[in-house]
Design a protein around this ligand. Structure first.
Ligand code: PLP
Length: 398
């Protein structure tokens, strides 16, 4: 989306005009979603646990949203537990499945998971739990045989993401779910980047736990969901009141939940249209950059990917420098997960794919939206081509 009016390269910018190509970090709140949230923010201050009519109205709104979120992922409404984020949902499952009482247990993750999985697994390890990390190939694909070998009789949880936030690579979730079912091991799927981009049928696939949030599907920040095939199979992370069937204590974030519900409803209804609008924009970025920029390559090009993501490596270019230069031209992209933007370590995802620290330091993520325009993409490509040329020219000794 162009904010304010477009300003070309040769003109002096009067105000900064930003082109957002970082939608895997977060998405803008849709006006239709805000419209659903405003009345409850302004007028209804009911607590869903209250017995009076204000509470009853708030409860009804929460339950409508629960159904909308459940429908997006192909689950029963009773399976949806609202949380503050996908991070909380993931932490809940990993803590629940790695209790100190079963200290001999094992948890299996992949090397390209989000920090919320990797750091929760590290916490389980510090409690004495064995953590096994399965690698990916050069294209970011998961080898199912390696995953199977990593599962032992002691394994109490397998955690995999549906679609990768940095490379966009999609894992074969139905095969992974079948494998885990055969081995009798619970499966946690981080579906944050898949929700709203791919059809999700959690119950049909037999997935035990699924984590999603609202802010990646044009809903508000600070609200997520843990979808659980059997809610009794998860132990709470937070203790207190009886909210969410006693599985997640704390007064519900009613406006956030209402926004999440509406965002989920729209995401499901609009999935095909969003895909059709955004796919050519992502493809244009990739093909134009590969055509015009020497020594550029797409990380994950040989694997199935979500339609909006392109992770491009520019040989000899420091990705952080490129991102900063592009930002100064009003083009917002990233070097990887927003959760790592304040650390100096390069993308662990590209590192896992390529085995190269250098390649990981040269990777830039472009994540488009159906809200982007062709005009914005043309402008962003021009900015990338010129900036890479400029940085490479600078690097040549005089
Ligand atoms: N998993 C993936 C793949 C993500 O991209 C993110 C957010 O960046 C998360 C988990 C964490 O989501 P939240 O911001 O709701 O904690």
């Amino acid at each position: 989306m162009i904010y304010d009016t477009y300003i070309g390269f040769e003109m002096t910018p009067i105000r900064m005009h930003r082109i957002n190509l970082d939608h895997n970090a977060t998405t803008p709140l849709l006006p239709a979603v805000l419209d659903k949230m405003l009345p409850v923010l302004r007028e209804n201050s009911g607590n869903p646990s209250s017995a009076h009519s204000l509470g009853v109205d708030a409860r009804a709104a929460v339950e409508t949203a629960r159904t909308q979120v459940a429908t997006l992922v192909g689950a029963e409404p009773a399976s949806v537990l609202f949380t503050s984020s996908a991070t909380e949902a993931i932490n809940t499952v990993i803590a629940s499945c790695t209790q100190a009482s079963s200290i001999t247990g094992r948890i299996v993750v992949t090397g390209v998971e989000h920090a919320s999985v990797l750091q929760s697994a590290a916490a389980a390890k510090s409690r004495g739990y064995e953590t096994l990390c399965v690698g990916v190939d050069r294209a970011g694909r998961l080898n199912l045989e390696s995953l199977e070998q990593a599962i032992s009789p002691a394994t109490t949880l397998v955690c995999v993401m549906w679609a990768n936030n940095e490379s966009g690579v999609v894992f074969p979730i139905s095969e992974i779910a079948a494998l885990c079912a055969t081995r009798g091991v619970p499966l946690l799927v981080d579906a944050v980047q898949a929700a709203g981009k791919l059809p999700i049928t959690m119950a049909d696939l037999g997935i035990d736990f699924l984590a999603i949030n609202a802010h990646k599907i044009y809903g508000p920040k600070g609200i997520g969901a843990l979808v659980v095939a059997n809610p009794l199979s998860v132990r709470p992370l937070l203790f207190g009141g009886h909210q969410e069937g006693g599985r997640r204590a704390g007064t519900e974030n009613v406006p956030g939940i209402i926004g999440f519900g509406e965002a989920a409803r729209l995401a499901r209804q609009d999935l095909q249209r969003r895909t059709q609008l955004a796919t050519p924009l992502r493809d244009q970025i990739e093909s134009e950059i590969l055509r015009r920029v020497p020594f550029a390559s797409v990380n994950g090009a040989d694997a199935p990917r979500i339609y909006n993501t392109s992770n491009i490596g520019f040989d000899g270019i420091d990705a952080d420098t490129l991102v900063a230069e592009l930002d100064s031209l009003g083009v917002c992209v990233s070097t990887g997960s927003a959760c790592h933007s304040d650390s100096i370590s390069p993308s662990h995802v590209v590192m896992a794919m390529t085995g190269s620290y250098e390649k990981a330091s040269e990777a830039v993520r472009f994540s488009v939206s159906h809200l982007n325009t062709k005009h914005e993409i043309d402008h962003a490509i021009e900015a990338v081509v010129r900036t890479v040329e400029m940085l490479r020219a600078k690097a040549i000794p005089a």
